[in-house]
Design a protein. Structure first.
Length: 443
């Protein structure tokens, strides 16, 4: 199966030359006559006696290209699973088979702005959708946002499900749905799990992965529980009053009313003594100080452990974390450029010098360097309707700089020649570069 790309007028196509040129199945006519949501637009052409499948990819980007510069988020992962499932359901109505879908990231196309996905169905292809889906999920494990714990857990759950025998797309949808249910539970009453505990539960049993109670709030619950059997303020006052009255009664019994009034301070001293004794007992009550010094500390350690234990699931992540992130590499490259002398900077940095006075130059201070209009996905934003979201990329191989058209709608020209979709050419000093209708000189 040979795959090429071509630009015709303002449309870009992925072109597949099938291995079985004589295949003439009903899928070809079904896809030509119908626009099936979730599948790339399809057209068959015969050129010089050969059969070619044309897929319209205008304004779309391959999944692997988008994830090269953008980590996969939880919502995007859910959307991929749900959109794939809905596409398979629509295919059933047109008698199309899932084994004919190409699930390689290079041939899954995405709208970078909405993250809508489009699958490539090749008539006559004999693949294994379950195995290829498992391979895709394995690839996505390395592309998810590892700072998003819920996204990593869901991605791993999807992959684990996909390596089971006889799993289906509905099983994957259920895992994504369970993730949504957990989020809804988190937004509810944060103490509901503690309130449902039984008298025999220990603090460890009550702490849950989805419990949102903070250590201070849990400590308050433990204090309330521990105060059962403690002296209350009312009981303390009654004991002090009883001690005072009892001492006064003894003085009156032995010394009479005059003696009781003469030695009144004895009654007061007895009451104060009992009051202080009770306070000392409460302070040293078993469980209270220990609760605050050990249980609460252990509780914090346990919650901290729960927060980070999920990383143990992926041993390979430790190696990945050692690798510098693309943005860190770019930041370091920019920093190094700033530290160079003016002469060294002129030698190290290349520019696309704008020919229009109201346009700014584009400094290629690191590679790869993306140009387009989608903020957050490109390195230099050209705000114009004629510019595609991800329009062009500049790379370097050795001392040679190269520019590639990234499936743009209005194209990229070098020295007057319009590049084909995804075509790469060498840039030399003085070359004229047109990015849509923006003109630059490469220096």
């Amino acid at each position: 199966m040979k795959i090429t790309y071509r630009r015709e007028m303002r449309h870009n196509y992925l072109i597949i030359e099938p291995e079985n040129a004589g295949y003439d199945g009903y899928e070809i006519y079904m896809m030509e006559e119908n626009r099936i949501e979730g599948l790339l637009g399809f057209q068959m052409k015969q050129i010089d006696g050969r059969k070619y499948y044309y897929y319209k990819i205008t304004s779309k980007q391959p999944l692997n290209r988008v994830l090269e510069y953008h980590s996969l988020g939880e919502d995007e992962l859910k959307k991929m699973i749900n959109k794939t499932a809905r596409t398979l359901e629509r295919m059933e109505a047109y008698l199309l088979q899932e084994k004919q879908i190409l699930l390689e990231p290079e041939y899954i196309y995405v709208n970078p702005e909405t993250f809508e996905i489009y699958l490539c169905l090749v008539p006559g292809r004999q693949g294994s959708f379950p195995q290829e889906m498992s391979g895709l999920l394995r690839y996505l494990l390395g592309k998810v946002n590892h700072q998003d714990k819920e996204c990593v857990v869901m991605a791993y759950g999807l992959y684990q499900e996909s390596i089971k025998e006889n799993y289906g797309i509905r099983d994957l949808m259920e895992i994504a749905a369970r993730s949504e249910t957990k989020e809804e539970n988190q937004e509810g009453d944060e103490n509901v799990l503690l309130d449902k505990s039984t008298p025999n539960e220990t603090p460890d049993m009550k702490t849950s992965y989805f419990s949102l109670a903070q250590p201070e709030e849990e400590a308050h619950l433990f204090r309330e529980k521990s105060k059962k059997g403690f002296w209350t303020p009312g009981a303390t006052a009654i004991a002090a009053f009883a001690a005072t009255a009892g001492t006064a009664a003894v003085l009156w019994l032995f010394l009479g009313i005059g003696g009781m009034l003469k030695f009144w301070y004895g009654s007061a001293a007895a009451g104060i003594f009992v009051f202080l004794a009770v306070l000392l007992k409460v302070r040293n009550e078993p469980g209270m100080s220990k609760m605050e010094s050990s249980e609460i500390k252990d509780m914090g350690l346990r919650k901290e452990k729960e927060e980070y234990d999920w990383r143990m699931t992926f041993e390979e992540d430790k190696e990945e974390e050692k690798e510098p992130k693309p943005e860190d590499v770019r930041r370091e490259a920019v920093l190094q450029t700033v530290l160079l002398t003016d002469r060294a900077e002129d030698e190290a940095v290349r520019y696309l010098r704008a020919t229009a006075s109201d346009m700014e130059d584009i400094g290629i201070s690191y590679i790869p360097y993306l140009i387009g209009k989608q903020e957050g996905l490109v390195d230099h934003v050209l705000s114009s309707e004629t510019i595609s979201r991800i329009h062009a990329r500049i790379d370097r191989e050795g001392e040679e700089y190269r520019i590639s058209d990234l499936n743009s709608t209005n194209g990229t020209c070098v020295n007057g020649r319009l590049l084909e979709t995804n075509e790469t050419v060498v840039l030399k000093k003085g070359d004229e570069v047109l990015i849509a209708d923006f003109a630059f000189i490469f220096t």
